[in-house]
Design a protein around this ligand. Structure first.
Ligand code: PXL
Length: 276
């Protein structure tokens, strides 16, 4: 039996500890072979740096697919992150063409945070992102992305009824499971809400009151790795939440480290949590 192989599709931000520079090491540390399809190359990410270079790799995607088809390359899972509007139909095609039977689709609808779209994404982007969510096995939006997908205004405060209503609407976009991240009821805890179309399950950790960049990518990567290691959705969601807390704690002593989290320091914790 061939070992599991995952393909992650997102940008290379050369510096900044997000997207592929986070996903590749984390999923590999989980013991899962990780192929990459870079969607673009940036000098650094777009949150906090004053400027960046951007090289679009959309045109290379069909060439890579054609070559993979020749080599009979295929995957047990796909995990998508930061991609552009024009790439979504191409990615849907790639996922259809190089999937092993039963391949999982894990979609992190990376679009924004704190109520705002990331620089470079336009108002039409969420409409296209819905197409990637439709048919996914798991989607992992934060509250900003959830409300962008639903065309609803952003809100900082909400209650359990609002969260569960949001989960139902996200599920109706055509994903089998919804993992809503960054859920907080202003009670000192931060967590995730998982919905499989029947029940909602929550997992909370302590809320550390610092905003750190790249934690969404660290979360989705460790979730994908744990899921591929055979954990259930709730287990993977919980392990990923605890891992993110460890990465934040590893970063906090160094206030100069503003652009990302020191996830490297917490990899032994993640490996330990996954067991043998
Ligand atoms: O972490 C999400 C992300 C990924 N890639 C790039 C980004 C961001 C968030 O700002 O700028 C290039």
């Amino acid at each position: 039996m061939a070992d599991k192989r995952l393909l992650t599709i997102q940008d290379i931000s050369c510096v900044g500890q997000c997207s592929l520079t986070v996903a590749l090491p984390i999923i590999s540390a989980c013991g899962i072979e990780t192929g990459i399809l870079p969607s673009s190359v940036l000098s650094n990410h777009t949150a906090g740096f004053s400027a960046w270079t951007f090289f679009d790799l959309t045109n290379e995607m069909p060439n890579i697919l054609a070559q993979w088809k020749k080599e009979k390359v295929d995957f047990d899972a796909f995990y998508t992150g930061y991609v552009s509007k024009a790439q979504i139909p191409i990615i849907l095609n790639i996922m259809n063409k190089v999937a092993r039977p039963g391949a999982l689709r894990i979609v992190d609808p990376v679009m924004g945070d704190n109520g705002k779209l990331y620089a470079g994404f336009d108002e039409q982007f969420p409409e296209e992102m819905k197409k990637l969510c439709n048919g996914a096995d798991v989607i992992l939006p934060n509250m900003t992305e959830a409300l962008l997908l639903l065309g609803q205004p952003y809100t900082e405060t909400y209650d359990q009824t609002f969260v569960e209503d949001t989960l139902k609407k996200l599920y109706a976009l055509g994903a089998k499971n919804v993992v809503l991240t960054g859920v907080n009821f202003n009670d000192g805890k931060l967590g995730v809400a998982c919905f499989d179309g029947k029940q909602t399950q929550y997992y909370f950790t302590e809320r550390i009151n610092v905003a750190m960049h790249g934690t969404g990518d660290v979360y989705a990567s460790s979730f994908a790795g744990a899921l591929m290691r055979g954990k259930s959705i709730l287990e993977a969601a919980s392990i990923a939440a605890d891992f993110v807390v460890e990465t934040i704690k590893a970063t906090m002593p160094d206030p100069d480290h503003w652009y990302g989290v020191k996830f490297e320091k917490a990899l032994p914790y993640l490996i330990e949590r996954l067991g043998s």
